[in-house]
Ligand binder design. Sequence first.
Ligand SMILES: Nc1nc2c(c(=O)[nH]1)N[C@H]1C(S)=C(S)[C@@H](COP(=O)(O)O)O[C@H]1N2
Ligand SMILES: [Mo]
Length: 154
Amino acid sequence: MGRPDAPASVRLRGLLDDPAELTVAQLRSLPSHHVEARFNCLGNGDQQHGFDGPRLWDVVRAAHPRVDLHGRKGRLRFLLTVTGTDGHCAVVSWAEIDPEFGGQQILLATSIDGAPLDSAGPQLVVPADYCGARYISGITEVWVGPFQREPLPG
Ligand SMILES: Nc1nc2c(c(=O)[nH]1)N[C@H]1C(S)=C(S)[C@@H](COP(=O)(O)O)O[C@H]1N2
Ligand SMILES: [Mo]
């Protein structure tokens, strides 16, 4: 949500050389893509929207994650979490968006059906998902880092 006079912003956190806090206007300065998305909500049925915005991949790369992209296996333990204003949170795996793996056109949408999201905050767009639950609106944070299993007891 955010106050109407205060534009929403997204914090980029985690294992990054250049963590940042970006407004929707700043996201718009990255190359923009259009996605016509259809998804299903358990409560509200089928939805269809047109979204515009940068790829999550481009947003994350601009923050310079400390991921070794020379080999192909080292990156596979990395994941992203995307969180909305209400705390709704989902994981996106690095390999889903890496062009050398799934290369999915996952967006941080800066507009929905032509309406700007500057005060609401960007929305995650996951075109391959049948269920709408990862279409997280009002994104406040994207965290990037490696999966680390906690030390096992004993
Ligand atoms: N921040 C946030 N985003 C969210 C949710 C939520 O609870 N919080 N619900 C998700 C679910 S379950 C669906 S189906 C879609 C619904 O999108 P709509 O509200 O445009 O129909 O939003 C998703 N985005
Ligand atoms: Mo849903």
